[in-house]
Design a protein around this ligand. Structure first.
Ligand SMILES: Cc1ncc(COP(=O)(O)O)c(C=O)c1O
Length: 409
């Protein structure tokens, strides 16, 4: 069990007062707040250790390089990678997926298939549509059950055609808050000879992921949704896969040698880290991971899961609200989305926002899912380690008040 009061004291952002009251931040699926430990670590880097990595011979450059490489090791341990060189630092989950599409994707031919689910965020759709334009690959869509869970039969049918080279799926929907059955998906995909990319942008903050146990080929996530800074993301890839893939961005530090005719790429992970990386952000991400470990990762996951179940129960009693997707199950994590009869989600969240209650509204970068659900927008409530039942109560009361106001006017 975590002590929410003790956790909250570690997040300076939560001291913000809006409309005379402390802010209620329930937009954690968009980005989470950062604990003091992360802010302090990044400040210390800039104040005491700032130097470029992998280049200078002076001791401070070496110190910065050591801190950066230790951050890589922290991330590798956190996701259960066999070796730190399987961890590539990128800018965010979006860039990690683009890296795979631009590098692994180059090895695909016209007619090869990439399978995506209807749940996917645009970050896990557009890079593949771009690859379709570039190389003539095909995209197949894994359908959903009535309640929004991934339809495994639909995946089976796609894989039976024996053209699928990659199944690229989210680990947790950023709208329905439904976890995808990764074990089943990965087993089926591998049996059919396809690789699997897991977009863990949401899952990473709500469940432990062990890439070796799950036998994941590629895993992508962002630091800023895991109590870390913006500006850093992670791509995990199995070593033999990353080694066989061409470099993505070209520039300094990603090469072993170059002459007027060509270049030899550097060993992993540098092959995929052209130019000066987001050094302080990577170190900040490691500090965030250390912070979650210090608090207790499992306790954070249990807390956010219980809180979401509480929010779901409370929301389901509010008149004129329809919750999207499955209503019960052990696989519901992170966020809950809903529509309100008679109020556009933008209006609702704007009014709540003025009272200091932060929810998100819109299509949440999932236009295809929203179209499938027959709507254009929804409101989303998403939880983090520092949220409390009192905050959920305040949010629900404000939603009820707003609905009443709109019905009267
Ligand atoms: C499921 C999912 N995938 C990918 C992303 C993209 O993350 P980022 O914008 O940090 O690259 C998000 C962001 O909300 C997401 O929810």
């Amino acid at each position: 069990m975590i002590d929410p009061a003790a956790i909250r004291r570690q997040f300076p952002f939560l001291k913000r007062i809006v409309d005379g009251k402390p802010v209620v931040y329930l937009d954690n699926a968009a980005t989470v707040q950062k604990p003091q430990a992360v802010l302090e670590r990044m400040r210390r880097f800039y104040e005491e250790q700032n130097a470029n990595v992998n280049r200078g011979m002076h001791p401070l450059a070496e110190e910065a390089t050591i801190a950066y490489e230790e951050a890589r090791k922290t991330v590798a341990d956190f996701v259960g990678a066999k070796h730190p060189s399987e961890i590539i630092f990128t800018r965010n989950a979006t860039e990690s997926i683009n890296l795979v599409a631009r590098s692994f994707g180059e090895t695909l031919k016209k007619g090869d298939t990439v399978a995506l689910s209807l749940l996917e965020h645009h970050s896990n759709i557009i890079p593949w549509l771009q690859l379709k334009e570039r190389k003539g690959i095909a995209i197949e869509w894994i359908g959903l059950e009535q309640d929004g869970r991934v339809d495994i039969e639909s995946l089976r049918n796609i894989l039976e055609k024996k053209k699928t080279k990659l199944v690229s799926v989210t680990g947790l929907s950023n709208v329905l808050g439904i976890r995808t059955p990764l074990e089943k998906i990965i087993a089926l995909a591998h049996a059919a000879g396809a690789k699997v990319l897991v977009d863990a942008a949401q899952l990473i903050a709500h469940a432990s992921i062990d890439v070796q146990t799950l036998d994941i080929d590629f895993l992508a996530f962002s630091g800023h949704k895991l109590y870390g800074p913006t500006g850093v993301g992670v791509l995990y890839g199995k070593r033999e896969l990353l080694e066989s893939m061409p470099a993505f961005l070209g520039g300094g530090d990603m090469l072993e040698s170059v002459d007027q005719n060509g270049f030899i790429p550097a060993e992993l992970p540098r092959k995929f880290e052209a130019g000066t990386p987001s050094i302080a952000d990577a170190i900040g991400l490691a500090a965030a991971i250390e912070w979650t470990t210090l608090v207790c990762v499992d306790a954070i996951h249990t807390h956010t899961k219980n809180l979401l179940a509480y929010a779901r129960k409370k929301l389901s009693t509010v008149k004129n609200i329809s919750i999207l997707g499955a209503t019960s199950g052990n696989d519901l994590l992170g966020c809950i989305s809903f529509i309100t009869n008679g109020i556009h989600p933008h209006d609702l969240t704007e009014i709540l926002g003025r009272k200091g209650i932060c929810l998100r509204a819109g299509h949440h970068c999932t236009q295809i899912l929203h179209k499938h659900l027959g709507i254009t927008a929804s409101a989303r409530l998403s939880v983090g380690a520092y949220n409390t039942e009192e905050e959920i109560d305040r949010c629900i009361a404000a939603i009820e008040e707003t609905i009443l106001f709109f019905r009267k006017s």
